[in-house]
Design a protein around this ligand. Structure first.
Ligand code: FA5
Length: 348
């Protein structure tokens, strides 16, 4: 066969391919079309097989014509494939019409939990006075939670903070005072120290104002000039900042093994305004924090020279403060995640 005859045959095959492609209107007819023109039994494959007996010179010229034919046929096939894919997509979309008159999805705006609002307010107050925020783990060693804050094994003060044991020597911390010894260790006897540590603590307690899990904020100041008068002034300012000038505040002597002297601060009950009710156990007061001058033993145990420096510490109950601020009558409401209850704080 001459090259001209071959070229003519190829053009005929291409023409047939083009003509038939106009009748392809589905994936099935497209597959059959592909088999006929590009498959094993197609004219194209026949042409390739016929090239076996040609000389190398002929192979080159005939091969080029064949390669052009294959490219042209493949392009026709791909065009039809694209057109059919589009048809299928349009048909699908026509079935799934969007009703633009339907109301949209309404998403509620969330808000900060009253517990965290309280934490932020207290932290902001202290950060404004130059305190920095420290952190500590909730699973703590017995040593940090008790021994390094002057509560040795078998000390009766351990009963007041009955805690959850995790493993030998490990507990769920019962107060944020456990962070005191971590901070002092890290400071290696240097002062001043002026830290605040908000966090969760755990005890075996359960009533309207006592929960097995609750939040505390620990404050610790160590400096040569840190005095008891500074502590009282700081706490009075904090309580006025949190509750306004009108709510009555009282400090009374208390006992903590890690402070000497020790005090506790109470605030007049918001349920009965100090008259006495079941909420405040008929005392008219709700206890919200403990504080005192850091005990010399605690300074010594944690690497400080008690003859050179002194300090004060305090521990606030976050949940009680949140309850007083937001008029919440049961501490459990703070962790039950009741959306209806929480929704009321959205506008604040
Ligand atoms: C302490 O935990 C001391 N570590 C606080 C402290 C720190 C004193 C530094 C001196 C120096 P207390 O057990 O009183 O003290 O707890 C402190 C506050 O946590 C209480 O005033 C109260 O507001 C809150 N609190 C105590 N137990 C519970 C409880 N079960 N549920 C909710 N709040 C509680």
């Amino acid at each position: 066969m001459t090259i001209e005859e071959f070229r003519l045959q190829c053009e005929k095959a291409l023409e047939a391919c083009r003509k038939e492609s106009l009748e392809v209107d589905s994936l099935d007819t497209l597959n059959a079309f592909k088999g006929r023109h590009l498959g094993k039994k197609s004219a194209l494959t026949g042409f390739y097989q016929g090239m076996r007996d040609l000389s190398p010179e002929e192979k080159k010229t005939f091969g080029q014509i064949l390669s052009d034919l294959k490219t042209a046929m493949t392009e026709i096939y791909e065009e039809r494939l694209k057109a059919i894919d589009e048809q299928i997509l349009l048909a699908k979309m026509a079935k799934r019409k969007v009703d633009i008159t339907l109301p949209g999805f309404h998403s509620e705006r969330g808000t900060l939990h009253p517990y965290f609002k309280t934490v932020r307010e207290i932290v902001d107050f202290f950060v404004g006075l130059g305190f920095t925020v420290a952190d500590g783990p909730e699973v703590e060693t017995d040593e940090n939670n008790f021994e390094r804050v002057n509560i040795p094994k078998d000390h009766p003060a351990r009963d007041m903070q009955d805690s959850f044991s995790i493993a030998d020597g490990w507990i769920l911390r019962s107060h944020t005072s456990a962070v005191q010894s971590r901070v002092m260790k890290a400071m290696e006897g240097k002062e001043p120290v002026k830290i605040l540590c908000p966090g969760k603590v755990y005890r075996r307690d359960n009533d309207a104002t006592h929960s097995h899990q609750f939040g505390q904020i620990e404050g610790l100041v160590i400096a040569r000039e840190a005095t008891f008068a500074n502590l009282l002034e700081l706490l009075t300012k904090l309580l006025r900042h949190l509750f306004g000038e009108k709510r009555a505040v009282r400090f009374r002597p208390s006992f903590f093994p890690f402070t000497e002297p020790s005090i506790e601060a109470d605030i007049s009950c918001f349920e009965c305004n100090g008259k006495g009710c079941s909420f405040c156990k008929h005392t008219g007061w709700i206890e919200i924090l403990g504080a005192g001058m850091v005990h010399p033993n605690v300074l010594r145990i944690n690497g400080y020279d008690e003859s050179l420096c002194q300090g004060f510490a305090f521990g606030l109950g976050i949940d009680r403060i949140a309850m007083l601020k937001y008029g919440i009558d049961d501490i459990k409401k703070l962790y039950l995640d009741d959306v209806d209850f929480l929704a009321q704080f959205r506008k604040e």
